[in-house]
Design a protein around this ligand. Sequence first.
Ligand SMILES: [Zn+2]
Length: 316
Amino acid sequence: MAATVFSPQKLAGGPRAALPILMYHRVLDGFDPLQAEIHQAKVMDTQFRTLRQFFQVLPLDEAADMLMQGRLPPRAVSITFDDGYRDNHDLALPLLRQHGLNATFYVASGYLNGGLIFHDVLVETIRHAATGTLDLGIDGVERLQISDMASRIAAIRHLTKAMKYLEPGRRQQLSTRLLETLGPHAPRSLMMSDEQVRALSRSGMGIGGHTTHHVILSKLTAEAARDEIDSNRNTLSSIIDKPLTSFAYPNGKPGIDYDTSHVALVRESGYRNAVSTLSAVGTRQASAHELPRFVLNETTTIGVILRMLRMTAYAI
Ligand SMILES: [Zn+2]
């Protein structure tokens, strides 16, 4: 392994500081063997306890402003959740409140109240696929052998890769067709309701934009991208009756999932800051509209602390 240069002083606050922004998606009470990457509530509890004891969790807007002004306090961290899953309201919110922490939730508003994001349609399709050969009848996607859990995990990985970057209209068509096949197996309340988004907001949590249909912006025309950003912002701000201040690029890889034209759109749209999925920590040299984030998978207090220190080697 290449030598890594830690810079713990980046966690000491002030003008040279970096801001670790954590990126969560779902949280489960148990374990889903098909989606081992999902955080379990007990792990999140340990992580939050560690953050409360050893770090200073700040609302993202506040932290981003302080970062840019060079006055971040020592050991500052911000917490974010993407997509708008109902478990964010049911499980993450009580944990945040119990530990007295704040987080920002980025919501793809087109799936609120019973919708499903494409990735979850895929996961549920594979979960319920019968043993044998699965032919989804999609050009360029080979037939898959479905049997045990390992084959299903491999199938999800393969399909996600094959279908993530399809033209959005075509991806939507496929999603509708797979949903019809799923029928009664399609989960009906995986995402939040309007009321649950409102409840997060009323609890003092931040609600941020994430486009209406969780689209990969680089796959859209400029006009369609603007529409996805603006319609999402209008919907969410009318649900919570507040202006939105922060945005997360869907999928979020700089230069792949969005480019500088989308950064300009987001800025023009009135967002004060935005986050990507580049796995790093941002200093005041970073753009306030492209702050990097990382996923915290460590399950112990010492693991979390070491990870925070390790991430200082990836300051941008
Ligand atoms: Zn997302």
